[in-house]
Design a protein around this ligand. Structure first.
Ligand SMILES: CC(C)(COP(=O)(O)OP(=O)(O)OC[C@H]1O[C@@H](n2cnc3c(N)ncnc32)[C@H](O)[C@@H]1OP(=O)(O)O)[C@@H](O)C(=O)NCCC(=O)NCCS
Length: 169
């Protein structure tokens, strides 16, 4: 079983897995992006949502395939990334969740993190990165297109219509 090295996800940020003791901090972090939660589920985020997301796995994947990580700069939680190794196939890394501190939006942080992450995943032999975003979230759509993710299909989800997008590495 391959394990990825979270500390190599970024050149700039200290990256580590988020644990139960971090939930309060992650909760405060998520609340800096209220608009995002309107587009997925239409209600505010709760600590229970975070606890569930920390364990959430796509079908057929196991705990060891999941990296629910925080990106820290001088001890400050700047971004949260949920990465699944090998979904839907071995050559694909799947981003289940990605968020940047809302108070730092629009400063290039998200683009920098995704770019460094893709560099590392390419070195690890992945051929592509896949994710899904809410069709009705124009900020997410613009961000992922700007970061070279191409829409490949639309799917209906319990959270509403989602666009599945991929970036080749
Ligand atoms: C989408 C997100 C990750 C972008 O992070 P970021 O650090 O602001 O990204 P960058 O500064 O690298 O890029 C900014 C781009 O994001 C989009 N964007 C981010 N915040 C925005 C806002 N408040 N209004 C409009 N566009 C916004 C724009 O497309 C912008 O592109 P531009 O530079 O051409 O204007 C961040 O806004 C976020 O965490 N949003 C909430 C969670 C989310 O939507 N995650 C992605 C879906 S899974």
């Amino acid at each position: 079983m391959r394990r990825l090295e979270t500390e190599r996800f970024s050149e700039h940020y200290m990256v580590r897995e988020i644990v139960e003791a971090d939930i309060c901090e992650v909760f405060a972090f998520c609340r800096t992006n209220p608009f995002f939660y309107e587009t997925v589920g239409g209600r505010s985020v709760t600590q229970e949502d975070i606890r569930r997301d920390m364990r959430l796995l796509p079908q057929g994947k196991e705990k060891d395939d999941k990296y629910y990580t925080g990106f820290y700069e001088n001890g400050h939680l700047t971004a949260v990334l949920d990465l699944i190794d090998g979904y839907p196939d071995e050559e694909t890394a799947f981003i289940g969740f990605f968020m940047v501190d809302g108070t730092q939006a629009g400063q290039g942080t998200g683009t920098r993190i995704i770019s460094e992450l893709c560099d590392y995943l390419k070195k690890m032999g992945f051929l592509r990165v896949r994710l899904a975003y809410a069709r009705d979230n124009p900020q997410a759509k613009h961000f992922w297109i700007k970061n070279s993710f191409d829409a490949i299909e639309e799917i209906s989800h319990i959270y509403g219509e989602m666009v599945v997008a991929e970036r080749s590495l």
